[in-house]
Design a protein around this ligand. Structure first.
Ligand SMILES: NC(=O)C1=CN([C@@H]2O[C@H](COP(=O)(O)OP(=O)(O)OC[C@H]3O[C@@H](n4cnc5c(N)ncnc54)[C@H](OP(=O)(O)O)[C@@H]3O)[C@@H](O)[C@H]2O)C=CC1
Ligand SMILES: O=C1O[C@H](COP(=O)(O)O)[C@@H](O)[C@H](O)[C@H]1O
Length: 502
């Protein structure tokens, strides 16, 4: 039985893309499951002059793909109210307060308020100040602030933003979203590591050779060229999602699986990531930008020809890098990370490459010149599951080594029916569980790690490496691992090449 949560949601940026694509469908799923039922209401706010009725139509359209019955959709949408509001205009907060108080009484919301800032971060400071000064926060219930990424654009801007927010909300009231932390298989990293002694005992520099994290996308920047051109892959994906994944892979076992203890361990892991100087950053990180190519029988345009992108842009759409973690457990184990747009596939996965056996006893008999290393793969998306590659004997006469894979994939119907990341995170915020949100200490350390890389690239006048759209990045990304006698385990473009699509 799912326990009903009581709250008033105020969504700033209610007319925007995120609200319509993610937030309303996620709220609907929670409604369908009974986590929100009678005692909730949503105030959507943005500048557009919408009526409640029109807003409810938009909300209803946004949940169409979930195939609600007419009755369900109507019941759900009836909890939504729209307030036209420019967040920079103080007078409008009075209307917001009046509506909030009215709905609180009408729906019996016990003063519980969740403010969701689905807007550009430059407005966050103004909004939180007004929430406090105009007394929109309550004294009798909870007041929680959910904030979208990007949290700042550098350590300095993030610190400034944090100060503005912390002037009003305490750390335990702030829920900084990183939607990767809501993904099933990212949450599963801890289960795999700490629930299986065969892995946890080997989870260190004595047995692990290298770790690889790939978050690949097969689309370009689409309508977000304006934002992306100022951000680039380093700030868009590495500073947040990839460093969060690295923290979960690298952290020590928490004493207990609680919010506080997990966060403490993640912070310690991030603090152990080596902060490079500029030369080290250039040696250990590579960037790339996609250029036009024909892939899967389609012509893909160059990044610089995308709408709202500067035709002279040097923004990176691809990053690959090597992180070093300077602690007892990880010293000497490279963490290779990569992400990019317009790659050959949409896939996120982690490869844990174990060290080779101390000696290959099969090489002398010419059975197997090089024994494949064992690899644990965690499939994050689109397929979810794990596989472990092992070496066995090929069945039959003679003696040949046969690499085999123990492969578990979550059935597709289970994946399709499991909660979406935003749904889980909104529920966590409603329940006051910040485990899967990022603490300021994590955010700030992540900025320290990437700032120097950004700075090194900004000071580097070399042409930015390019890669044809539909491939797995520039040659430099492969050279980076080859320098260490390693290679990327995940090579999707080989498949496309073999099938004549590349
Ligand atoms: N879209 C996505 O997939 C993702 C988005 N995010 C983050 O979420 C946030 C929102 O993104 P997204 O929905 O894509 O952005 P949009 O540009 O689609 O939406 C921005 C919203 O802000 C409102 N707005 C802008 N200026 C004002 C103002 N002065 N006063 C009141 N409302 C205003 C707009 O409405 P109006 O014009 O009517 O005022 C609109 O509702 C951003 O921080 C983004 O980085 C994070 C991850 C993914
Ligand atoms: O935060 C972001 O993530 C998406 C990728 O998320 P996914 O869940 O589809 O893997 C990325 O496209 C976007 O640029 C970035 O802002």
């Amino acid at each position: 039985m799912n326990e009903e949560q009581t709250a008033l949601f105020t969504i700033f940026g209610a007319t925007g893309d995120l609200a319509q694509r993610k937030l309303y469908p996620s709220l609907f799923r929670l409604f369908r499951k009974g986590f929100i039922k009678e005692h909730f209401a949503v105030i959507g706010t943005a500048r557009r002059e919408w009526s409640d009725d029109y807003y409810r139509e938009i909300v209803t359209t946004s949940i169409n793909s979930l195939k609600p019955t007419e009755e369900e959709a109507k019941a759900f949408a009836s909890h939504f109210y729209y307030q036209s509001h420019d967040v920079t205009d103080t007078t409008h907060y009075t209307n917001l307060k009046n509506l909030a108080d009215k709905l609180d009484a009408e729906y019996n919301l016990e003063g519980n308020r969740l403010f969701y800032l689905a807007m550009a971060p430059n407005f966050f400071g103004t909004i939180v100040n007004h929430l406090s000064s105009e007394k929109i926060m309550t004294e009798n219930g909870f007041n929680r602030l959910v904030i979208e990424k990007p949290f700042g654009t550098s350590y300095e801007t993030a610190a400034e933003l944090n100060e503005q927010i912390r002037a009003v909300f305490s750390e335990d009231q702030i829920f900084r979203i990183d939607h990767y932390l809501g993904k099933e298989m990212i949450q599963n990293i801890s289960a795999v590591r700490f629930g299986n002694n065969i892995f946890e005992s080997l989870w260190n520099n004595r047995y692990i050779d290298n770790i690889q994290v790939t978050l690949a996308e097969d689309l370009g920047v689409e309508e977000r060229g304006g934002y992306y051109d100022k951000s680039g892959a380093l700030k868009d994906m590495i500073q947040n999602h990839i460093l969060q994944v690295v923290a979960l892979l690298a952290m020590e076992a928490p004493n207990n699986f609680t919010e506080k203890e997990i966060r403490e361990e993640k912070i310690k892991a991030l603090n152990a990531v080596k902060i490079y100087n500029e030369q080290e950053a250039l040696d250990n990180f590579v960037r790339g930008q996609y250029v036009a190519n024909r892939f899967k029988n389609e012509d893909i345009i160059s990044y610089v020809d995308e709408p709202n992108v500067n035709p002279e842009s040097r923004t990176e759409t691809f990053v690959a890098g090597k992180l070093e973690i300077n602690n007892f457990r990880w010293k000497g184990v490279p963490f290779y990370i990569r992400t990019g747009k317009q790659l050959s596939t949409k896939a996120a996965r982690i490869n844990i490459v174990f060290k080779a056996t101390p000696t290959n006893i099969f090489s002398q008999e010419d059975i197997c010149e090089k024994l494949p290393q064992n690899i644990l793969t965690i499939y994050i998306q689109p397929t979810e599951g794990f596989s472990l590659s092992l070496n066995g004997k090929e069945p039959g006469p003679g003696f040949e080594i046969d690499p085999v894979k123990l492969d578990f994939r979550t059935p597709t119907d289970v994946v399709a029916n499991s909660p979406e990341a935003y749904e889980k995170l909104i529920l966590d915020a409603l329940q006051g569980d910040a485990t899967n949100f990022t603490h300021w200490d994590e955010v700030s350390q992540s900025w320290r790690i990437v700032d120097v890389i950004r700075q090194a690239w900004d000071n580097d006048s070399q042409p930015i490496p390019t890669y044809p759209a539909g491939t797995m990045g520039p040659a430099e990304a492969f050279d980076l691992l080859a320098k260490d006698q390693h290679e990327w385990v995940y090579k999707p473009d080989e498949w496309y090449r073999e099938h004549g699509l590349l």
